[in-house]
Design a protein around this ligand. Structure first.
Ligand SMILES: [Mg+2]
Length: 390
């Protein structure tokens, strides 16, 4: 079996959207004077879909959500020529080939995301070629089904947040992640608003359920050091990405500061990036996304590293490319779960592009033993709502 062609297309959403409000979620731009760029302008409304075809007619699907048009250009110009004509079973060789050939300017960020998409499509081919789901190629089931946590609860009116938490509590979820709306620029009033929102969600879900807190890099070290002791009484399962991804010392300091575990890795890349985080005890929960970190070839190695460090891996975003690794890895106790809803930030686009993404039931997702590869196909229902760039 040889790779015959690589096709990367950008799916740009042009359908109906819902506009997030200004304090929807703190983020890295909050610390900069840029009043026109609130969270309401913060969107990921396009996605790159990669289809790799083999000479025996198997098509593997990969995807990348970071800087889609640039990822497509990297795949078209640099990565496709490195894998065409090659045997997809040589996945480690091909990964190293892509990583080393682009190393002078690649390594992390959008290049690694582009490599991830090609690697995902290769693993999809491997599964399809032996008629097995990818999690079987990675070692099989380590759990009957995957527990997942409800991940939305962006900062809106507190009554609305409580109604949202109640709705998904009633659907059987036992773990919830909420977003802070305020950071250092909002001074003491923002501190009070942040605490009020956590209190409001805890009031609904109680203390028998898990609560995760998300900062999305919208705080700085000084602000996080002030907030953490105040948040301890709410017993969060973790506090996510309090500072920007490059401030590893900041993560390490915060992770030792209180009883609250610090999580991160959603914006970290490659085996080396995670070794650094783990060596420094910078995070207590690892949250890579397989479509950024280097694909399944890289994520599988990071899982082994996390197992040795006894640090749980709970990948960013759920989604099929992550579920297969979570299913096959004992170090992964659960998954994130973005519910399907109207297109807002853009995480939900996955449901509009692909068929096969599992829907949570009673707080669990299930993978099919009989669906080969990643188990995804391209959805036709919403094709008219995308502008597709070849
Ligand atoms: Mg996150």
């Amino acid at each position: 079996m040889k790779i015959k062609s690589v096709r990367a297309r950008v799916f740009e959403w042009k359908g109906k959207t819902v506009s997030p409000q200004g304090n929807f979620c703190s983020n890295a731009m909050d610390l900069l004077y840029a009043p026109q760029e609130t969270m309401s302008t913060f969107r990921f409304h396009s996605w790159t879909v990669v289809e790799i075809e083999t000479d025996d007619g198997i098509v593997g699907l990969g995807n990348v959500a970071l800087a889609p048009a640039i990822a497509k250009a990297i795949i078209d110009q640099y990565l496709a020529p490195l894998v065409i004509g090659q045997d997809p079973w040589d996945y480690e060789y091909l990964w190293q080939r892509m990583y080393r050939a682009t190393h002078a300017w690649g390594r992390k960020g959008v290049t690694m995301a582009a490599i991830s998409a090609v690697d995902l499509a290769i693993w999809d081919i491997l599964g399809k070629s032996v008629n097995k789901p990818v999690f079987k190629l990675l070692g099989g089931r380590t759990k009957e089904k995957i527990p997942c946590y409800y991940s939305k609860l962006y900062r809106t009116d507190l009554n609305e947040m409580q109604a949202e938490a109640q709705k998904f509590l009633d659907q059987g979820f036992t773990a919830f992640k909420m977003r802070f709306g305020y950071g250092p620029a909002h001074l003491q009033k923002g501190v009070a608003e942040n605490l009020k929102s956590v209190e409001a969600v805890r009031e609904v879900i109680g203390y028998d359920n898990d609560l995760m807190l998300e900062c999305y890099m919208g705080w700085n070290l000084e602000y996080a050091k002030r907030m953490l002791p105040k948040l301890e009484k709410f017993q969060p399962r973790w506090l996510e990405e309090p500072v920007i991804a490059d401030d590893i010392d900041g993560y390490a300091e915060l992770n030792q500061l209180t009883s609250i575990p610090i999580s991160g890795g959603e914006h970290e890349f490659s085996l080396y990036g995670f070794k650094q985080l783990l060596d420094r005890k910078a995070v207590s929960v690892v949250q890579y996304d397989t479509n950024r970190v280097g694909g399944i070839t890289a994520a599988h190695k990071i899982n082994a590293l996390c197992e040795a460090y006894s640090v749980p891996v709970i990948p960013h975003a759920g989604q099929m490319h992550n579920y297969h690794l979570t299913m096959s890895t004992l170090a992964s106790p659960m998954s994130e779960y973005f519910p399907m809803h109207d297109v807002e930030v853009g995480n939900e686009l996955f449901y509009y592009i692909f068929d096969g993404e599992p829907v949570a039931e009673n707080g669990f997702v299930q993978l099919d033993d009989h669906k080969p590869g990643l188990g995804l196909t391209l959805k036709t229902e919403y094709l008219k709502d995308f502008n597709i760039v070849e």
